[in-house]
Design a protein around this ligand. Structure first.
Ligand SMILES: Cc1ncc(COP(=O)(O)O)c(C=O)c1O
Length: 448
């Protein structure tokens, strides 16, 4: 098959392809960016331009592109048995082995895994399982779900309803009834005089107040990303997450840690829940589970939830692709690669600290007004020459900066007036330097 020319591909893209989270007229005015190849931390576009991927695809390509063990595992599984469902009494080997791996690394007591195809489906599975759990327990009033402003939990009707970003839910007249937002600990965005710790305490007071107002007996669960990713890399102030977890426990509210971004080494731990000793009732994962090579989500359940659900006999939930053997084979090879390369420890002890130091170095750049980060994730809040007061809902400095940084050979994510970074976990110290050199050059141009 001859490869169509770039222009012709872009024309077909314009004619037929609807992109996620994209302003199509803006995109079509410049033409869609076509990527053709990936190697290590780099991707190559259709014009042959090599870009250092500072966002690991979409916060997910943890082992980098061109990971041979994953490619081989997928190839072999495809040849042996590409697909068979795990409905009813059947299974294949890969999902069993991935479930065992996830349970082995998870906080104690989180031993059972329901597979799905994405982070949204992992959270949707958690939501449905929680409803079933409370129904079996006779807690029929426990239906409401608490989430936080600036949270991102997915794009289905229910997971959009849990997302705390108006740009995601307003166009669809969401949230659905019963989804309640409490303030997330984004002190910079709140433009508060309180320091981050005091603002975190205020958020907890508001959460406790909301629980009292609604009635704890009506609230089924709280979902929380340990570090809020797509909302702007919001790192919780010290003590906040533990107190949020304690608040849930005191009120008999299930605690779900959405670790779709934070699991599998990004923060220098297999699960971020362990870093804050959260002992969640449920952990949801996706993205880094396969490093994005194939779609896979997982909902990891506590023994109490699983025993309760099993006590009712039949678990009437599952997708055609639940436990897909080829996706699971990719996950197993990916997890074993993370383990054999010691990537979790490397992020914790070496590359994470180097990355955070380089991020902090940019704090003195005139265009930077706040730096946040942990392990291999970070964000830079940007300001124009007129200072923070000159920011408006349409300045979108993050989006402008990310375009300039890309021209400098580095991919970062622009969100409102900030840029977010989350490179592959295989990134070397030299590549971290190249990453931040590119970011600095882009910010210099933004500032001019
Ligand atoms: C924390 C979190 N949860 C859930 C999701 C949804 O995952 P997916 O896009 O795979 O449905 C995302 C995606 O970015 C996420 O960051």
């Amino acid at each position: 098959m001859t490869s169509p020319s770039l222009t012709s591909l872009q024309e077909k893209d314009r004619a037929h392809h609807v992109h996620p989270f994209t302003n199509h007229s803006d995109m079509h005015s410049v033409g869609s960016h076509v990527l053709v190849k990936g190697e290590g931390c780099y991707v190559v576009d259709a014009n042959g331009v090599r870009l250092l991927d500072g966002l690991a695809g979409l916060w997910c390509v943890n082992v980098g592109y061109s990971c041979q063990p994953i490619i081989d595992a997928v190839h072999q599984q495809m040849q042996k048995l590409p697909y068979y469902p795990s409905f009813f009494n059947s299974t294949t080997e890969p999902p069993v082995r991935v479930a065992e791996f996830l349970a082995r690394r998870a906080p104690e007591g989180l031993d059972h895994v329901v597979f799905s195809g994405s982070g949204s489906e992992a959270n949707e599975t958690a939501l449905k399982t929680i409803r079933g759990y409370h129904k079996i327990k006779g807690n029929t009033r426990k239906r409401k779900i608490l989430t936080r402003t600036f949270a991102y939990h997915g794009v289905t009707l229910a997971t959009t309803s849990m997302t705390g970003l108006p740009s995601c839910y307003e166009p669809f007249d969401l949230p659905l009834e019963g989804f309640i937002q409490v303030p997330g600990p984004y002190s910079y965005g709140a433009k508060t005089d309180l320091d981050p710790e005091s603002y975190g305490k205020w958020c907890l007071e508001q959460t406790a107040k909301k629980i009292r107002e609604e009635g704890a007996d009506t609230i089924a669960a709280i979902f929380a990303e340990p570090i809020q990713g797509a909302g702007g890399v919001i790192v919780p102030p010290s003590g906040y997450l533990q107190e949020l977890r304690a608040l849930a426990k005191e009120n008999d509210i299930l605690f779900v840690a959405d670790e779709v971004i934070t699991a599998f080494g990004r923060l220098g731990a297999w699960y971020a829940s362990g870093l804050w000793d959260l002992q969640p009732d449920i952990i949801t994962v996706a993205k880094g589970l396969t490093s994005g090579y194939l779609p896979l989500g997982a909902t990891i359940l506590s023994a109490d939830i699983v025993d309760t659900i099993h006590s009712a006999g039949y678990y009437a939930h599952g997708f055609t692709y639940t436990g897909h053997p080829t996706c699971a084979a990719a996950a197993l090879a990916n997890l074993e690669t993370i383990e054999s390369l010691g990537l979790v420890e490397k992020v914790r002890d070496e590359t994470g600290p180097i990355f955070q130091a380089a991020l902090q170095d940019l704090a003195s750049h005139p265009a930077v007004s706040e730096v946040r980060g942990y392990g291999l994730i970070g964000a830079l809040e940007l300001i124009p020459a007129g200072g923070r007061e000159a920011l408006t809902p349409t300045t979108m400095l993050g989006v402008k900066a990310s375009a300039l940084v890309r021209e400098e050979g580095v991919i970062v994510r622009g969100i409102r007036d900030l840029i977010a970074l989350a490179p592959p976990l295989i990134i070397t110290p030299a590549e971290i330097k190249d990453l931040f050199d590119g970011v600095r050059r882009g910010l210099d141009r933004l500032w001019k």
